[in-house]
Ligand binder design. Structure first.
Ligand code: NAD
Ligand code: UGA
Length: 457
């Protein structure tokens, strides 16, 4: 069997590496339009940082796993084509800022139709609005092609930073398809592939639309938990309740559960916001305005959390940050990834620069992406070493929950900073009291802040 995956990104690369490792008899070719990305996959400098990826990739690359830009040739030989291209929020025309931009998906469908040399199973791996498979089927079966294309929905649930573990031991694999004879055969063929390492009871079969919608709904539910706890964090800051304690107390109720209740500067990443906006757009399309408003609020709360954080910085630093120096520790949208898409740090940095603040960004894995995202700007610099980034700063700001930041020598940092020294912990990862005792004024999220009595001048 030959599998082709269109799209060598954060999903295509890791997913195919795991399938190739678990199914050595299957030939897998991952193709992409970007020569640069493909070159990186074929080199020692992978295009993405993901713990465990390089080891699993090494098992199969050159054996049954190949990366190339030969899209047409690959499709000619394929039995199954996974489509794992990006589906960003539309930035133009109808639905701009909400709907998913499906031009890349559609382009793939047209390319598959044009180059297929036999009947094919086409697997939607990308996250898509419900009923996209119908449009895919229509495009695939338009024109002269004599072949049958069975479209399946097989959304990916991996999270960046834990992608390999998520793929090796998934909570579930979801396969949606037409409930027709050929649809069921295709579903079982894909299920057999996953059954090489996923227990059968974890392979869930549904109709196509349930599968497509479950992916959007899963992300909306996860993001909603973060916005819910962040909404509570705001009340904590006003009432001396501690969001960490509240989160623990509510999470111990098994019906609620403890995961995804870490209050933060807000969720980031390439998917939560876009997928919720997509869900909102879908609801509105069907005239379900109240349902749309409900999900919209998850994004509104997330944006508000970032604004509150910035307001607090300005207020506590004597209502002006113009000319002050701020060290941003962490630019990735979460720990253990170099991905900076929709990172809360990006928004915070831009707002600080608007206020004429001098900003230095540090991050162990995301500095190159940060440079690409922000480009050269007045008052902005980049520094890999967190100690150097904090030198002479008025404030140190934790924006990503990197493990390494927990064990920084804050005494050394405090000594090198301008006084009074401020620390804003946007991830609540530090021991706030002991850092305060070093001399810092400390501002966590949703917890009491620790402020020294400032000497009168
Ligand atoms: P990505 O941007 O990292 O990768 C997409 C790749 O597709 C790019 O390399 C791009 O060059 C390529 N591409 C686009 N159009 C193409 C075409 N016509 N032919 C060949 N290549 C083409 O995106 P990603 O983060 O891997 O996400 C892919 C999809 O998976 C999205 O729908 C996303 O919502 C979903 N998803 C992402 C994650 C995640 O953690 N990143 C997790 C689950 C699901
Ligand atoms: C998320 C989902 O977890 C995956 O299941 C899904 O496949 C993926 O989106 C997708 O569709 O792309 P990801 O965005 O990689 O994965 O990362 P998460 O671990 O979900 O974190 C998202 C954001 O929420 C991060 O900024 C993280 O710091 C934040 N977060 C998460 C919190 O602020 N608090 C929490 O308790 C958990």
């Amino acid at each position: 069997m030959k599998i082709v995956c269109i799209g060598a990104g954060y999903v295509g690369g890791p997913t195919m590496s795991v399938i190739a490792s678990k199914c050595p008899n299957v030939i897998i070719e991952v193709v992409d339009l970007s020569q640069e990305r493909i070159n990186a996959w074929n080199s020692d400098f992978l295009p993405i940082y993901e713990p465990g990826l390089s080891d699993i990739l090494k098992e199969s690359i050159g054996r049954n796993l190949f990366f190339s830009t030969q899209i047409e040739e690959a499709i000619e030989q394929a039995d199954i084509v996974f489509v794992s291209v990006n589906t960003p929020t539309k930035t133009f025309g109808k639905g701009a800022g909400k709907a998913a931009n499906l031009e890349y998906i559609e382009k793939c469908a047209r390319t598959i139709r044009q180059y297929a040399k036999k009947d094919l199973i086409v697997v939607e791996k990308s996250t898509l609005p419900v009923r996209t498979a119908e449009a895919m089927e229509k495009i695939l079966h338009s024109g002269e092609s004599p072949y049958h294309f069975e479209v399946l929905s097989n959304p990916e649930f991996l999270a960046e930073g834990t992608a390999i573990q998520d793929l090796l031991v998934p909570d579930r694999v979801l396969i949606g398809g037409r409930q027709t004879e050929s649809g069921i055969v295709a579903i079982e063929k894909l299920a057999d592939l996953y059954a090489h390492w996923v227990p059968r009871e974890r392979i869930l079969r549904t109709n196509t639309w349930s599968s497509e919608l479950s992916k959007l709904a899963s992300n909306a539910f996860l993001a909603q938990r973060v916005s819910s706890i962040n909404a509570i964090s705001q009340l904590c800051e006003e009432t001396e309740a501690d969001v960490g304690e509240v989160s623990k107390a509510i999470g111990m109720d098994e019906r609620i559960g403890s995961k995804f209740l870490n209050s933060s500067i807000g969720f980031g990443g390439s998917c939560f916001k876009k997928d919720i906006l997509n869900l909102v757009y879908l609801c509105r399309q069907y005239g379900l305005n109240e349902a749309a408003d409900y999900w919209d609020q998850v994004v509104i709360m997330n944006d508000h959390q970032k604004d509150r954080f910035i307001d607090k910085m300005i207020k506590t630093m004597f209502n002006t940050i113009s000319g002050k120096k701020v060290a941003i520790l962490g630019f990735a949208f979460k720990a253990d990834t170099g991905d900076t898409r929709e990172s809360p740090a990006d928004y915070v940095v831009k707002q600080l620069l608007e206020e004429h603040c001098e900003v230095t960004i540090s991050d162990p894995e995301a500095l190159e992406n940060a440079k690409k995202d922000l480009g050269e700007r007045k008052n902005l610099s980049f520094e890999k070493d967190p100690y150097l980034a904090c030198e002479g700063a008025d404030a140190t700001v934790i924006m990503t929950e990197w493990q390494a930041y927990k064990s920084l020598n804050f005494e050394k940092i405090y000594t090198s900073m301008r006084k009074p020294a401020f620390l804003f912990d946007g991830r609540n990862i530090l021991d706030h009291l002991s850092i305060h005792q070093l001399g810092f004024n400390v501002f966590p999220i949703g917890k009491p802040s620790y402020v020294h009595e400032l000497k009168k001048v």
